[in-house]
Design a protein around this ligand. Sequence first.
Ligand code: IMP
Length: 195
Amino acid sequence: MRIVLCTGNPGKVAELRALLPVRIELVTLGELGIPGDLPESGETLEENALQKARYVFERCGLPCLSDDTGLAVEALGGAPGVHSARYAGTARDADANMDRLLRELEGVKDRSAAFRTVLALVGPEGEQLFEGSVHGRIGEKPIGKGGFGYDPIFLPQGSSRTFAEMDAEAKNRISHRALAMEKFLDWIRTEQIGD
Ligand code: IMP
């Protein structure tokens, strides 16, 4: 089975690659000559994931897998949520996004938050969605060099380390993305696709 990974984010590509079994051949946007900044103008993670996978499917006809992820902070009423990528502006700068979030949470005691990933598969046989969430809390300052995006300020429940302090395998054992991917792989097994 060949699947196009519909993301230009190198952090996501690395994690999704590590989570997928080797029998699934991955095609990148670069290999298809499709630019990585895919349209995502929806109001939900589901809409954005579908929008990105449909856009690529219309251009290549191969099964397309996209990932839309948001970080929802309880004290901020679920923000930045679907707006996580551009929280501090259109530059999608991870440091600026974390700075803004930490500023908004200054003096706030309840730092509960959750990452949520929606994977969309769009292919000749139709469309499917798979989701995964991980609960945790926002730290006081960025710690760690691993991962990407908001990882240096997110501590998953029960952990004293941020995602950025974990190695790739440790994050991939418990992450929102890994949980969504598990559902995707279960679905593939049930549908007996990709044997
Ligand atoms: P999008 O899914 O590409 O729209 O990304 C949403 C935002 O969340 C971007 O700022 C990403 O860097 C960030 N993000 C996505 N997945 C993760 C993750 O696993 N850890 C930390 N930040 C993430």
